[in-house]
Design a protein around this ligand. Structure first.
Ligand SMILES: Cc1cc2nc3c(=O)[nH]c(=O)nc-3n(C[C@H](O)[C@H](O)[C@H](O)COP(=O)(O)OP(=O)(O)OC[C@H]3O[C@@H](n4cnc5c(N)ncnc54)[C@H](O)[C@@H]3O)c2cc1C
Length: 234
Protein backbone atom coordinates (compact mmCIF):
# COMPACT_ATOMS: atom_id res chain seq x y z
CA UNK A 1 0.00 0.00 0.00
CA UNK A 2 1.35 3.40 -0.84
CA UNK A 3 0.31 6.92 -1.59
CA UNK A 4 0.65 8.06 -5.21
CA UNK A 5 0.25 11.43 -6.90
CA UNK A 6 -2.19 11.84 -9.78
CA UNK A 7 -0.27 12.27 -13.02
CA UNK A 8 -0.74 12.46 -16.78
CA UNK A 9 2.04 11.76 -19.28
CA UNK A 10 1.87 12.35 -23.01
CA UNK A 11 2.95 8.94 -24.36
CA UNK A 12 2.23 9.34 -28.04
CA UNK A 13 1.13 12.13 -30.33
CA UNK A 14 0.78 13.17 -33.90
CA UNK A 15 4.13 14.71 -34.78
CA UNK A 16 2.53 16.09 -37.93
CA UNK A 17 -0.44 17.50 -36.00
CA UNK A 18 -0.12 21.08 -37.24
CA UNK A 19 0.75 20.03 -40.79
CA UNK A 20 -2.33 17.79 -40.92
CA UNK A 21 -4.61 20.49 -39.54
CA UNK A 22 -3.24 23.13 -41.93
CA UNK A 23 -3.48 20.80 -44.93
CA UNK A 24 -7.08 19.86 -44.12
CA UNK A 25 -8.00 23.53 -43.79
CA UNK A 26 -6.28 24.58 -47.04
CA UNK A 27 -7.81 21.66 -48.92
CA UNK A 28 -11.31 22.98 -48.17
CA UNK A 29 -10.56 26.06 -50.31
CA UNK A 30 -8.21 24.64 -52.94
CA UNK A 31 -8.41 22.73 -56.20
CA UNK A 32 -5.28 20.81 -55.25
CA UNK A 33 -4.94 17.51 -53.40
CA UNK A 34 -3.60 17.00 -49.87
CA UNK A 35 -0.17 15.70 -50.96
CA UNK A 36 0.56 18.75 -53.14
CA UNK A 37 -0.59 21.15 -50.46
CA UNK A 38 1.55 19.41 -47.86
CA UNK A 39 4.62 19.82 -50.06
CA UNK A 40 3.91 23.39 -51.15
CA UNK A 41 3.30 25.02 -47.79
CA UNK A 42 6.31 26.04 -45.74
CA UNK A 43 6.40 25.39 -42.00
CA UNK A 44 5.73 29.09 -41.37
CA UNK A 45 2.72 29.07 -43.72
CA UNK A 46 1.31 26.03 -41.96
CA UNK A 47 1.69 27.63 -38.55
CA UNK A 48 0.13 30.86 -39.83
CA UNK A 49 -2.81 28.88 -41.19
CA UNK A 50 -3.28 27.06 -37.86
CA UNK A 51 -3.42 30.47 -36.12
CA UNK A 52 -6.07 31.59 -38.60
CA UNK A 53 -8.14 28.43 -38.04
CA UNK A 54 -8.08 28.99 -34.30
CA UNK A 55 -9.25 32.59 -34.78
CA UNK A 56 -12.01 31.61 -37.21
CA UNK A 57 -13.17 28.59 -35.19
CA UNK A 58 -12.77 26.12 -38.08
CA UNK A 59 -12.33 23.44 -35.40
CA UNK A 60 -13.34 20.34 -37.36
CA UNK A 61 -9.84 20.41 -38.89
CA UNK A 62 -8.38 19.82 -35.40
CA UNK A 63 -10.02 16.40 -35.33
CA UNK A 64 -7.28 14.97 -37.60
CA UNK A 65 -4.60 15.22 -34.89
CA UNK A 66 -4.37 12.83 -31.94
CA UNK A 67 -2.67 12.94 -28.52
CA UNK A 68 -2.41 9.91 -26.18
CA UNK A 69 -1.83 10.05 -22.41
CA UNK A 70 -1.08 7.59 -19.65
CA UNK A 71 -3.14 8.77 -16.69
CA UNK A 72 -2.76 7.66 -13.09
CA UNK A 73 -5.56 8.90 -10.86
CA UNK A 74 -8.20 7.84 -8.36
CA UNK A 75 -11.30 5.92 -9.41
CA UNK A 76 -13.23 9.04 -8.34
CA UNK A 77 -11.56 11.01 -11.09
CA UNK A 78 -11.50 8.32 -13.77
CA UNK A 79 -15.29 8.35 -13.48
CA UNK A 80 -15.28 12.06 -14.33
CA UNK A 81 -12.77 11.61 -17.16
CA UNK A 82 -14.89 9.05 -19.00
CA UNK A 83 -17.94 11.32 -19.04
CA UNK A 84 -16.42 13.02 -22.09
CA UNK A 85 -17.89 11.02 -24.97
CA UNK A 86 -16.90 12.71 -28.19
CA UNK A 87 -13.52 12.35 -29.96
CA UNK A 88 -11.84 10.43 -27.16
CA UNK A 89 -10.93 6.75 -26.54
CA UNK A 90 -10.32 5.08 -23.18
CA UNK A 91 -8.63 1.90 -21.96
CA UNK A 92 -8.69 1.38 -18.20
CA UNK A 93 -7.09 -1.32 -16.06
CA UNK A 94 -9.70 -3.97 -15.31
CA UNK A 95 -10.70 -4.78 -11.76
CA UNK A 96 -12.21 -8.04 -13.04
CA UNK A 97 -9.05 -9.46 -14.58
CA UNK A 98 -6.32 -7.73 -12.57
CA UNK A 99 -6.11 -8.46 -8.87
CA UNK A 100 -5.58 -5.38 -6.71
CA UNK A 101 -2.54 -6.50 -4.74
CA UNK A 102 -1.03 -3.58 -2.86
CA UNK A 103 -3.64 -0.84 -3.02
CA UNK A 104 -2.18 2.48 -4.00
CA UNK A 105 -4.24 5.52 -3.20
CA UNK A 106 -4.42 9.27 -3.55
CA UNK A 107 -4.88 11.44 -0.47
CA UNK A 108 -6.89 14.61 -1.16
CA UNK A 109 -5.07 17.78 -0.01
CA UNK A 110 -7.94 18.69 2.35
CA UNK A 111 -7.51 15.37 4.21
CA UNK A 112 -3.75 15.94 4.39
CA UNK A 113 -4.39 19.40 5.80
CA UNK A 114 -6.81 17.96 8.36
CA UNK A 115 -3.95 15.64 9.38
CA UNK A 116 -3.83 13.97 12.79
CA UNK A 117 -6.42 11.35 13.65
CA UNK A 118 -8.50 11.88 10.49
CA UNK A 119 -5.55 11.27 8.21
CA UNK A 120 -4.53 8.23 10.26
CA UNK A 121 -8.03 6.73 9.99
CA UNK A 122 -8.17 7.49 6.27
CA UNK A 123 -5.01 5.43 5.73
CA UNK A 124 -6.27 2.66 8.02
CA UNK A 125 -9.44 2.48 5.97
CA UNK A 126 -7.37 1.57 2.92
CA UNK A 127 -5.32 -0.92 4.94
CA UNK A 128 -8.49 -2.62 6.22
CA UNK A 129 -10.01 -2.67 2.75
CA UNK A 130 -6.88 -4.35 1.40
CA UNK A 131 -7.04 -6.99 4.13
CA UNK A 132 -10.72 -7.78 3.56
CA UNK A 133 -10.18 -7.86 -0.21
CA UNK A 134 -7.37 -10.39 0.23
CA UNK A 135 -9.54 -12.50 2.54
CA UNK A 136 -12.38 -12.55 0.02
CA UNK A 137 -10.01 -13.72 -2.72
CA UNK A 138 -8.70 -16.41 -0.35
CA UNK A 139 -12.34 -17.57 0.03
CA UNK A 140 -12.51 -17.97 -3.76
CA UNK A 141 -14.58 -14.83 -4.29
CA UNK A 142 -13.63 -13.68 -7.81
CA UNK A 143 -11.91 -10.27 -8.20
CA UNK A 144 -14.99 -8.96 -10.07
CA UNK A 145 -17.01 -9.40 -6.84
CA UNK A 146 -14.30 -8.62 -4.28
CA UNK A 147 -13.93 -5.21 -5.95
CA UNK A 148 -17.34 -4.16 -4.62
CA UNK A 149 -15.66 -3.12 -1.37
CA UNK A 150 -12.89 -1.13 -2.97
CA UNK A 151 -12.56 2.52 -2.02
CA UNK A 152 -11.36 5.06 -4.59
CA UNK A 153 -7.99 3.41 -5.13
CA UNK A 154 -5.55 4.33 -7.88
CA UNK A 155 -6.30 3.34 -11.44
CA UNK A 156 -4.37 3.50 -14.75
CA UNK A 157 -5.76 4.55 -18.11
CA UNK A 158 -4.60 5.23 -21.62
CA UNK A 159 -6.69 8.04 -23.07
CA UNK A 160 -6.42 9.28 -26.64
CA UNK A 161 -8.03 12.56 -27.66
CA UNK A 162 -8.19 14.38 -30.93
CA UNK A 163 -7.09 18.00 -30.66
CA UNK A 164 -10.66 19.33 -30.80
CA UNK A 165 -11.83 17.10 -27.93
CA UNK A 166 -8.73 18.15 -25.96
CA UNK A 167 -9.79 21.79 -26.42
CA UNK A 168 -13.18 20.88 -24.96
CA UNK A 169 -11.54 18.98 -22.08
CA UNK A 170 -9.25 21.91 -21.23
CA UNK A 171 -12.11 24.44 -21.29
CA UNK A 172 -14.13 22.33 -18.81
CA UNK A 173 -11.43 20.90 -16.59
CA UNK A 174 -8.66 23.54 -16.34
CA UNK A 175 -11.30 25.78 -14.73
CA UNK A 176 -10.92 26.43 -11.02
CA UNK A 177 -14.54 25.24 -10.61
CA UNK A 178 -13.49 21.74 -11.74
CA UNK A 179 -12.59 19.21 -9.02
CA UNK A 180 -8.96 19.53 -7.89
CA UNK A 181 -7.67 16.17 -9.14
CA UNK A 182 -9.03 16.37 -12.68
CA UNK A 183 -8.04 20.06 -12.81
CA UNK A 184 -4.46 19.11 -11.91
CA UNK A 185 -4.40 16.46 -14.63
CA UNK A 186 -5.88 18.84 -17.22
CA UNK A 187 -3.24 21.48 -16.45
CA UNK A 188 -0.42 18.91 -16.70
CA UNK A 189 -1.81 17.77 -20.06
CA UNK A 190 -2.14 21.29 -21.44
CA UNK A 191 1.46 22.05 -20.49
CA UNK A 192 2.72 18.91 -22.25
CA UNK A 193 0.83 19.39 -25.52
CA UNK A 194 2.05 22.99 -25.65
CA UNK A 195 5.62 21.72 -25.35
CA UNK A 196 5.30 19.54 -28.46
CA UNK A 197 3.25 21.79 -30.75
CA UNK A 198 4.14 25.33 -31.70
CA UNK A 199 0.74 26.96 -32.09
CA UNK A 200 -2.00 24.32 -32.07
CA UNK A 201 -2.95 24.83 -28.41
CA UNK A 202 -2.40 28.60 -28.27
CA UNK A 203 -6.10 29.19 -27.67
CA UNK A 204 -6.70 26.26 -25.32
CA UNK A 205 -7.58 26.72 -21.66
CA UNK A 206 -10.42 28.06 -19.56
CA UNK A 207 -13.16 30.17 -21.11
CA UNK A 208 -12.16 33.16 -18.95
CA UNK A 209 -8.60 33.08 -20.27
CA UNK A 210 -9.41 32.26 -23.87
CA UNK A 211 -12.84 33.72 -24.65
CA UNK A 212 -13.06 36.38 -21.95
CA UNK A 213 -16.29 34.83 -20.64
CA UNK A 214 -17.37 32.61 -17.76
CA UNK A 215 -20.11 29.98 -18.06
CA UNK A 216 -20.37 29.51 -14.28
CA UNK A 217 -22.71 32.44 -13.55
CA UNK A 218 -23.25 32.95 -9.81
CA UNK A 219 -20.80 30.16 -9.05
CA UNK A 220 -17.98 31.93 -10.88
CA UNK A 221 -14.66 32.08 -9.01
CA UNK A 222 -14.29 35.77 -9.98
CA UNK A 223 -11.15 35.25 -12.06
CA UNK A 224 -12.71 36.82 -15.16
CA UNK A 225 -13.16 40.13 -13.32
CA UNK A 226 -9.52 40.00 -12.28
CA UNK A 227 -8.38 39.29 -15.86
CA UNK A 228 -10.48 42.21 -17.11
CA UNK A 229 -9.23 44.65 -14.49
CA UNK A 230 -5.61 43.57 -15.19
CA UNK A 231 -6.22 44.23 -18.90
CA UNK A 232 -7.61 47.69 -18.14
CA UNK A 233 -4.52 48.52 -16.06
CA UNK A 234 -2.24 47.44 -18.94
C1 LIG B 1 -17.40 21.64 -13.08
C2 LIG B 1 -18.17 20.42 -13.56
C3 LIG B 1 -19.16 19.88 -12.76
C4 LIG B 1 -19.89 18.76 -13.19
N1 LIG B 1 -20.85 18.24 -12.37
C5 LIG B 1 -21.58 17.16 -12.81
C6 LIG B 1 -22.62 16.61 -11.98
O1 LIG B 1 -22.86 17.07 -10.87
N2 LIG B 1 -23.31 15.54 -12.46
C7 LIG B 1 -23.08 15.01 -13.70
O2 LIG B 1 -23.76 14.06 -14.10
N3 LIG B 1 -22.10 15.50 -14.49
C8 LIG B 1 -21.35 16.57 -14.08
N4 LIG B 1 -20.35 17.06 -14.88
C9 LIG B 1 -20.05 16.39 -16.14
C10 LIG B 1 -20.70 17.12 -17.34
O3 LIG B 1 -22.11 17.14 -17.23
C11 LIG B 1 -20.34 16.42 -18.66
O4 LIG B 1 -20.87 15.11 -18.66
C12 LIG B 1 -18.84 16.31 -18.89
O5 LIG B 1 -18.18 17.52 -18.54
C13 LIG B 1 -18.54 15.99 -20.36
O6 LIG B 1 -18.87 17.13 -21.12
P1 LIG B 1 -19.63 17.03 -22.52
O7 LIG B 1 -20.91 16.25 -22.41
O8 LIG B 1 -19.74 18.43 -23.04
O9 LIG B 1 -18.54 16.24 -23.40
P2 LIG B 1 -18.76 15.20 -24.57
O10 LIG B 1 -19.51 14.03 -24.09
O11 LIG B 1 -17.44 14.92 -25.15
O12 LIG B 1 -19.66 15.98 -25.59
C14 LIG B 1 -19.09 17.07 -26.36
C15 LIG B 1 -20.20 17.92 -26.92
O13 LIG B 1 -20.93 17.14 -27.89
C16 LIG B 1 -22.31 17.44 -27.78
N5 LIG B 1 -23.04 16.22 -27.38
C17 LIG B 1 -22.49 15.08 -26.90
N6 LIG B 1 -23.43 14.16 -26.67
C18 LIG B 1 -24.60 14.72 -27.01
C19 LIG B 1 -25.95 14.27 -26.98
N7 LIG B 1 -26.26 13.06 -26.55
N8 LIG B 1 -26.91 15.10 -27.42
C20 LIG B 1 -26.60 16.34 -27.85
N9 LIG B 1 -25.34 16.85 -27.89
C21 LIG B 1 -24.36 16.04 -27.48
C22 LIG B 1 -22.45 18.55 -26.72
O14 LIG B 1 -22.37 19.79 -27.39
C23 LIG B 1 -21.24 18.35 -25.87
O15 LIG B 1 -20.81 19.52 -25.18
C24 LIG B 1 -19.62 18.17 -14.47
C25 LIG B 1 -18.62 18.74 -15.27
C26 LIG B 1 -17.90 19.84 -14.84
C27 LIG B 1 -16.82 20.41 -15.74
Amino acid sequence: MMEVKPRARLIDYDEKAEEKVATAARLCYSRQGAEELQEQMSREEKEELVRKILDLGHYSTLEHAYFAFHIVCSRVTSHQLVRQRVGVSYSQRSQRYVQEDGFSYIIPPSIKRAGGQVLKEFKEHYQQSQELYDRLLAEDVPPEDARFLLPAIKTNLVVTYNARSLYHFFSLRCCSRAQWEIRGLARQMLKQVREVTAVLFDKAGTDCEVKGECPEGELSCGRLEKIKSDEEED
